[in-house]
Design a protein around this ligand. Structure first.
Ligand code: 3PY
Ligand code: MG
Length: 253
Protein backbone atom coordinates (compact mmCIF):
# COMPACT_ATOMS: atom_id res chain seq x y z
CA UNK A 1 0.00 0.00 0.00
CA UNK A 2 1.20 3.52 -0.75
CA UNK A 3 2.88 5.02 2.31
CA UNK A 4 1.13 7.70 4.31
CA UNK A 5 3.76 10.48 4.45
CA UNK A 6 2.10 11.88 7.55
CA UNK A 7 2.97 8.71 9.47
CA UNK A 8 6.51 8.79 8.09
CA UNK A 9 7.02 12.42 9.14
CA UNK A 10 5.65 11.72 12.61
CA UNK A 11 7.77 8.57 12.97
CA UNK A 12 10.86 10.66 12.17
CA UNK A 13 9.87 13.16 14.87
CA UNK A 14 8.83 15.79 12.32
CA UNK A 15 5.93 18.21 11.95
CA UNK A 16 3.12 18.12 9.42
CA UNK A 17 1.87 21.35 7.83
CA UNK A 18 -1.53 20.91 6.23
CA UNK A 19 -3.63 23.03 3.92
CA UNK A 20 -7.40 23.24 4.29
CA UNK A 21 -9.95 23.60 1.49
CA UNK A 22 -13.63 24.49 1.69
CA UNK A 23 -14.45 25.69 -1.81
CA UNK A 24 -16.19 23.03 -3.91
CA UNK A 25 -13.63 22.85 -6.71
CA UNK A 26 -11.19 20.12 -7.71
CA UNK A 27 -8.98 22.67 -9.47
CA UNK A 28 -8.82 24.78 -6.31
CA UNK A 29 -7.87 21.70 -4.28
CA UNK A 30 -5.21 20.82 -6.88
CA UNK A 31 -3.76 24.33 -6.75
CA UNK A 32 -3.54 24.21 -2.95
CA UNK A 33 -2.03 20.71 -3.03
CA UNK A 34 0.65 21.93 -5.44
CA UNK A 35 1.95 24.34 -2.81
CA UNK A 36 4.41 23.06 -0.24
CA UNK A 37 1.87 21.48 2.15
CA UNK A 38 2.48 17.99 3.53
CA UNK A 39 -1.27 17.32 3.43
CA UNK A 40 -4.53 18.99 2.42
CA UNK A 41 -7.83 18.57 4.30
CA UNK A 42 -11.07 18.62 2.30
CA UNK A 43 -13.51 20.17 4.76
CA UNK A 44 -16.94 18.58 4.36
CA UNK A 45 -18.14 19.98 7.70
CA UNK A 46 -18.03 23.74 7.12
CA UNK A 47 -16.83 23.76 3.52
CA UNK A 48 -19.50 24.14 0.81
CA UNK A 49 -18.73 20.63 -0.40
CA UNK A 50 -20.99 17.65 -1.13
CA UNK A 51 -19.72 14.08 -1.32
CA UNK A 52 -19.26 13.91 -5.09
CA UNK A 53 -17.17 17.08 -5.22
CA UNK A 54 -15.21 15.91 -2.16
CA UNK A 55 -14.31 12.73 -4.06
CA UNK A 56 -13.13 14.80 -7.04
CA UNK A 57 -11.11 17.06 -4.76
CA UNK A 58 -9.42 14.00 -3.21
CA UNK A 59 -8.58 12.84 -6.75
CA UNK A 60 -7.06 16.25 -7.50
CA UNK A 61 -4.95 16.25 -4.32
CA UNK A 62 -3.81 12.71 -5.20
CA UNK A 63 -2.00 14.04 -8.28
CA UNK A 64 0.50 15.66 -5.90
CA UNK A 65 2.77 14.62 -3.02
CA UNK A 66 0.36 16.13 -0.46
CA UNK A 67 -1.55 13.55 1.56
CA UNK A 68 -5.31 13.71 0.88
CA UNK A 69 -7.30 14.08 4.12
CA UNK A 70 -10.94 14.94 4.81
CA UNK A 71 -12.87 16.43 7.67
CA UNK A 72 -16.11 14.50 8.09
CA UNK A 73 -19.30 16.53 8.48
CA UNK A 74 -19.87 14.89 11.88
CA UNK A 75 -18.89 11.83 13.91
CA UNK A 76 -21.03 9.72 11.65
CA UNK A 77 -19.78 6.34 10.39
CA UNK A 78 -21.50 6.52 7.02
CA UNK A 79 -19.86 9.79 5.96
CA UNK A 80 -16.49 8.78 7.45
CA UNK A 81 -16.51 5.46 5.55
CA UNK A 82 -17.55 7.12 2.27
CA UNK A 83 -14.69 9.63 2.51
CA UNK A 84 -12.21 6.82 3.17
CA UNK A 85 -13.66 4.82 0.27
CA UNK A 86 -13.13 7.94 -1.87
CA UNK A 87 -9.41 7.83 -1.07
CA UNK A 88 -8.97 10.01 2.02
CA UNK A 89 -5.80 8.83 3.77
CA UNK A 90 -7.07 10.09 7.10
CA UNK A 91 -10.10 11.64 8.76
CA UNK A 92 -10.46 14.72 10.92
CA UNK A 93 -13.57 14.14 13.04
CA UNK A 94 -15.42 17.09 14.62
CA UNK A 95 -16.59 17.27 18.23
CA UNK A 96 -15.15 14.12 19.81
CA UNK A 97 -16.14 14.58 23.46
CA UNK A 98 -15.55 11.33 25.33
CA UNK A 99 -14.21 7.80 25.08
CA UNK A 100 -17.36 6.30 23.53
CA UNK A 101 -17.44 8.93 20.79
CA UNK A 102 -13.72 8.49 20.14
CA UNK A 103 -14.07 4.71 19.93
CA UNK A 104 -16.99 5.10 17.50
CA UNK A 105 -14.86 7.42 15.34
CA UNK A 106 -11.72 5.29 15.31
CA UNK A 107 -13.75 2.11 14.79
CA UNK A 108 -15.38 3.62 11.69
CA UNK A 109 -11.89 4.10 10.21
CA UNK A 110 -10.64 0.55 10.90
CA UNK A 111 -11.58 -2.81 9.48
CA UNK A 112 -12.35 -5.70 11.88
CA UNK A 113 -11.05 -6.80 14.27
CA UNK A 114 -9.80 -3.29 15.22
CA UNK A 115 -13.01 -1.59 14.06
CA UNK A 116 -16.23 -1.95 12.12
CA UNK A 117 -15.48 -0.27 8.78
CA UNK A 118 -17.39 -1.86 5.91
CA UNK A 119 -15.40 -2.98 2.86
CA UNK A 120 -15.70 -1.18 -0.49
CA UNK A 121 -12.73 1.19 -0.96
CA UNK A 122 -13.47 1.89 -4.64
CA UNK A 123 -11.04 4.79 -4.94
CA UNK A 124 -9.08 4.06 -1.78
CA UNK A 125 -7.69 0.99 -3.50
CA UNK A 126 -6.78 2.89 -6.68
CA UNK A 127 -4.80 5.41 -4.65
CA UNK A 128 -3.56 3.08 -1.93
CA UNK A 129 -2.96 -0.12 -3.90
CA UNK A 130 -4.22 -3.69 -4.29
CA UNK A 131 -3.12 -4.61 -0.76
CA UNK A 132 -5.31 -1.86 0.73
CA UNK A 133 -7.28 -4.22 3.02
CA UNK A 134 -4.12 -5.66 4.57
CA UNK A 135 -2.57 -2.32 5.46
CA UNK A 136 -5.34 0.29 5.70
CA UNK A 137 -5.71 -0.01 9.50
CA UNK A 138 -2.02 0.83 9.99
CA UNK A 139 -1.81 3.41 7.22
CA UNK A 140 -4.81 5.75 7.46
CA UNK A 141 -4.64 8.38 10.20
CA UNK A 142 -7.33 9.35 12.70
CA UNK A 143 -7.51 12.89 14.10
CA UNK A 144 -10.17 13.54 16.76
CA UNK A 145 -11.18 17.17 17.15
CA UNK A 146 -11.08 18.47 20.72
CA UNK A 147 -13.28 21.52 20.75
CA UNK A 148 -15.60 21.40 23.77
CA UNK A 149 -15.25 21.79 27.52
CA UNK A 150 -16.46 18.19 27.93
CA UNK A 151 -13.60 16.93 25.75
CA UNK A 152 -11.10 18.95 27.82
CA UNK A 153 -12.45 17.33 30.99
CA UNK A 154 -12.12 13.88 29.40
CA UNK A 155 -8.74 14.25 27.72
CA UNK A 156 -7.25 11.16 29.32
CA UNK A 157 -10.09 8.87 28.27
CA UNK A 158 -10.02 10.23 24.70
CA UNK A 159 -6.25 10.18 24.21
CA UNK A 160 -5.95 6.57 25.41
CA UNK A 161 -8.35 5.13 22.83
CA UNK A 162 -6.57 2.41 20.82
CA UNK A 163 -5.96 3.43 17.22
CA UNK A 164 -6.26 7.17 17.77
CA UNK A 165 -3.32 8.90 16.09
CA UNK A 166 -3.87 12.56 16.91
CA UNK A 167 -6.04 15.12 18.62
CA UNK A 168 -6.79 18.26 16.67
CA UNK A 169 -7.96 21.47 18.32
CA UNK A 170 -10.74 23.57 16.82
CA UNK A 171 -9.91 26.88 18.51
CA UNK A 172 -13.17 28.64 17.59
CA UNK A 173 -15.54 25.99 18.94
CA UNK A 174 -13.30 25.42 21.94
CA UNK A 175 -13.40 29.14 22.81
CA UNK A 176 -17.20 29.23 22.47
CA UNK A 177 -17.60 26.14 24.62
CA UNK A 178 -15.47 27.80 27.33
CA UNK A 179 -17.61 30.94 27.27
CA UNK A 180 -15.33 33.10 25.08
CA UNK A 181 -15.67 34.69 21.64
CA UNK A 182 -14.60 32.43 18.76
CA UNK A 183 -11.06 33.12 17.64
CA UNK A 184 -8.42 31.44 15.50
CA UNK A 185 -5.77 32.35 18.09
CA UNK A 186 -7.52 32.62 21.44
CA UNK A 187 -5.82 34.73 24.10
CA UNK A 188 -8.19 34.22 27.06
CA UNK A 189 -6.43 32.36 29.86
CA UNK A 190 -9.13 29.71 30.14
CA UNK A 191 -8.75 28.79 26.45
CA UNK A 192 -4.94 29.03 26.42
CA UNK A 193 -4.81 26.76 29.49
CA UNK A 194 -7.16 24.28 27.79
CA UNK A 195 -4.96 24.24 24.68
CA UNK A 196 -1.88 23.58 26.84
CA UNK A 197 -3.73 20.80 28.67
CA UNK A 198 -4.71 19.17 25.35
CA UNK A 199 -1.12 19.21 24.13
CA UNK A 200 0.17 17.84 27.45
CA UNK A 201 -2.41 15.01 27.53
CA UNK A 202 -1.58 14.08 23.96
CA UNK A 203 2.13 13.97 24.70
CA UNK A 204 1.61 11.98 27.91
CA UNK A 205 -0.49 9.36 26.14
CA UNK A 206 1.60 9.10 22.98
CA UNK A 207 -0.71 10.75 20.44
CA UNK A 208 0.14 13.68 18.19
CA UNK A 209 -1.15 17.14 19.14
CA UNK A 210 -2.64 19.17 16.29
CA UNK A 211 -4.35 22.53 15.92
CA UNK A 212 -6.16 24.61 13.31
CA UNK A 213 -5.11 28.20 12.67
CA UNK A 214 -5.50 30.94 10.07
CA UNK A 215 -2.00 32.31 9.46
CA UNK A 216 1.54 31.10 8.85
CA UNK A 217 2.92 33.11 11.77
CA UNK A 218 0.43 31.45 14.13
CA UNK A 219 1.25 28.02 12.66
CA UNK A 220 4.93 28.66 13.41
CA UNK A 221 4.11 29.55 17.01
CA UNK A 222 2.12 26.32 17.42
CA UNK A 223 4.98 24.28 15.95
CA UNK A 224 7.39 26.00 18.34
CA UNK A 225 5.10 25.03 21.23
CA UNK A 226 5.25 21.35 20.36
CA UNK A 227 2.27 20.80 18.04
CA UNK A 228 3.14 18.33 15.29
CA UNK A 229 0.11 18.73 12.99
CA UNK A 230 -0.92 22.28 12.12
CA UNK A 231 -3.50 23.16 9.47
CA UNK A 232 -3.67 26.67 8.02
CA UNK A 233 -7.11 27.63 6.79
CA UNK A 234 -8.19 28.19 4.24
CA UNK A 235 -8.55 28.50 0.46
CA UNK A 236 -11.40 31.01 0.95
CA UNK A 237 -9.32 33.19 3.23
CA UNK A 238 -6.24 33.04 0.96
CA UNK A 239 -8.41 34.06 -2.00
CA UNK A 240 -9.92 37.01 -0.14
CA UNK A 241 -6.70 38.19 1.49
CA UNK A 242 -4.71 37.88 -1.77
CA UNK A 243 -7.30 39.92 -3.64
CA UNK A 244 -7.54 42.47 -0.84
CA UNK A 245 -3.76 43.00 -0.76
CA UNK A 246 -3.49 43.49 -4.54
CA UNK A 247 -6.48 45.86 -4.62
CA UNK A 248 -4.92 47.96 -1.86
CA UNK A 249 -1.69 48.25 -3.84
CA UNK A 250 -3.53 49.05 -7.08
CA UNK A 251 -5.53 51.80 -5.40
CA UNK A 252 -2.35 53.21 -3.92
CA UNK A 253 -3.53 52.62 -0.37
C1 3PY B 1 -12.86 25.35 15.05
O1 3PY B 1 -12.05 26.28 15.22
O2 3PY B 1 -13.81 25.10 15.79
C2 3PY B 1 -12.70 24.50 13.88
O3 3PY B 1 -13.42 23.52 13.75
C3 3PY B 1 -11.65 24.86 12.89
O4 3PY B 1 -12.05 24.47 11.62
MG1 MG C 1 -15.03 23.44 15.03
Amino acid sequence: MRENRIRTIWAEGGKVLSGWVGLPTSLGAEIMANQDFDAVVVDTQHGMIGFQVAAEMLQAISTTAAVPLARAPWNDPSSIMKLLDAGAYGIVCPMVNNRAQCEAFVGACRYAPQGYRSFGPARGMLYGGEDYLEHANDTLVTLAMIETSEAVEKLDEITTVDGLDAVFIGPADLAISLGCAPSMEPTEKIVVDAIDAIRAAAEKNGVIAGVYCAAGAVAKRWFDRGFRFVAIGSDTRFLASGAEAEIKVARGG
